[in-house]
Ligand binder design. Structure first.
Ligand SMILES: *Cc1c(COP(=O)(O)O)cnc(C)c1O
Length: 480
């Protein structure tokens, strides 16, 4: 049973909390951005201000179960605009079937070092913690409003698996998932193709991840978009990010209670969604010291920290495919804070990124950025060493994404942040990437039985070219 925490005092101020575009246009409430991707000016939605918390409210967010905390966060961010009724009950329903419905395990590895194990959800990646509740919220709202929607997602593996799992067999909802042919592991592909759900269409696209993402963007612009009610659930969805803040509140609260210290999180990063959630928790008063962003060879963020210049290059394939990204979409949200919430300044930086493939931060802006953040790159060889280190030092098998965070820990050393406890964020289960893990460590990771059961079913997927005609035809053919 959930023990209910003291209710949040919903002040008039919080009722009026709105979301504005990072590029200056539009002002909408939470219900209005629930199923929106980007704002009409191309920016991302951000809360116009952080909700102010009383000491009692903050204390409530730092203890208790995941669903309670997530529900309270959403209330603070305007959940009263959603037609869901009690939001905590909705989130709670979504995570009830998880291995640890109370919240992800926070385990101490040694003095000063912890692991936040986000990989025990139904599809073995942290994305379950946000996508499962998001699906429940959207389904509840659609039912209430007697509407239908079609969820679209381009994936390099983990988002697709979590989306399929969260949206399969739901009333009023369809899901279309696009993955690049040959670009996901066998385990991930099977997670997407074996649900047997007739409301889920899995498309194997002859192209790379960027092609899939471009197809999704193009689908929104088609004639059919209105009929299908296309809806975005990729990590630029603000509700997803708000849900993820809950495990940062909970983890930093638990660690503070045990050690009296704040936490510094090392977060394997791609699209900057997960670490941005940690930043929100810190801004709202959670005992969080530093946020350390790690990358694989696609090191667009570490290079920014070194050179003050944001400049993507060609994406290279690595053993951590969910981080094979050169356009870190959610960084635009942080950029908005760094630029003192100046939409025009963000607009011109992003325009420069689009037209000249770069923008540069000023010295003052770099100072703001490095107050909270650091960034470190991890090469393939370093990731292998990090996996070996965890295996021999702690008898713990980790995934190649998590390895980038471990590498940062061994590089910076425990003294890098003497004031805080260090927390390695484990983003996926090693069994999803068994070939790479086995090669590095000689250990074959095994997936828990609950995650394997469905994978025995026969696979259903459709192949198509990376053209809008081919994809729309597949969608029409499947659903009509
Ligand atoms: C999605 C993903 C990431 C990157 O998370 P962002 O929120 O995009 O920064 C890292 N590791 C794994 C395993 C993932 O699935």
């Amino acid at each position: 049973m959930l023990e209910l925490l003291p209710a949040i005092d919903t002040t008039l101020e919080q009722f009026l909390l709105n979301y504005i575009s990072t590029r200056g246009g539009e002002s909408l409430n939470l219900a209005q951005i629930l199923t929106r991707g980007t704002a009409s000016d191309g920016g991302l939605f951000v809360p116009e201000k952080w909700p102010s918390l009383s000491t009692r409210e903050l204390a409530a967010l730092l203890s208790g179960e995941y669903a309670e905390i997530a529900g309270q966060v959403l209330e603070l961010f305007g959940a009263d605009s959603l037609a869901t009724g009690n939001i905590t009950e909705v989130v709670s329903k979504a995570v009830q079937g998880f291995q640890q419905p109370v919240g992800p395990p926070v385990t101490q590895l040694k003095d000063g070092l912890w692991a936040l194990e986000l990989m025990h959800g139904p599809t073995l990646a942290f994305k379950d913690f946000a996508l499962a509740p998001l699906a429940e919220i959207i389904a509840t709202v659609l039912k209430q409003e007697n509407r239908q929607a079609t969820v679209l997602c381009a994936t390099s593996g983990d988002t697709g698996a979590a989306t399929v799992s969260a949206f399969a067999n739901r009333d009023n909802l369809r899901a279309v998932v696009l993955f690049p042919e040959g670009g996901v592991s066998e385990f991930q592909r099977k997670q997407m193709t074996t649900t047997g759900a007739d409301n889920v269409l899995t498309l194997c696209v002859k192209g790379d991840f960027d092609a899939c993402q471009n197809m999704v963007k193009a689908l929104y612009q088609t004639e059919a978009a209105k009929d299908y009610g296309y809806t975005a659930v990729n990590s630029i969805n603000m509700v997803r990010i708000l849900l993820q803040t809950a495990y940062y509140f909970r983890t930093s609260g638990l660690i503070q209670k045990k050690t009296g210290k704040a936490s510094s999180f090392i977060v394997p990063t791609g699209n900057f969604g997960n670490v941005y959630a940690a930043y929100i928790a810190k801004q709202m008063g959670a005992p969080i010291n530093r946020l350390i962003v790690t990358s694989n060879d696609n090191d667009v963020l570490p290079r920014l920290f070194e050179s003050s210049i944001m400049q993507g290059t060609a994406t290279v394939k690595t053993i951590s495919p969910s981080m094979d990204i050169q356009v870190s979409s959610n960084f635009e949200r942080l950029l908005w804070h760094i630029k003192n919430c100046d939409g025009t300044a963000v607009q011109s930086a992003q325009q420069s990124l689009e037209n000249r493939s770069r923008y540069e931060l000023t010295e003052t802006e770099m100072q703001t950025l490095t107050t909270d953040f650091r960034a470190l790159k991890c090469s393939e060889g370093e990731a292998n060493s990090a996996m070996q280190y965890m295996q021999t030092e702690f008898n713990k098998t980790i995934c190649p994404h998590t390895a980038t965070a471990v590498h940062a820990y061994t590089t910076l050393g425990p003294d890098a942040d003497a004031d805080a406890e260090t927390v390695i964020v484990e983003t996926a289960h090693p069994a999803k990437f068994s070939a790479a893990v086995e090669k590095a460590t000689g250990t074959t990771p095994t997936a828990p039985p609950y995650a394997l059961q469905q994978l025995q079913n026969s696979e259903v997927m459709h192949s198509c070219d990376a053209t809008i005609q081919s994809i729309q035809a597949a969608i029409d053919g499947f659903f009509n």
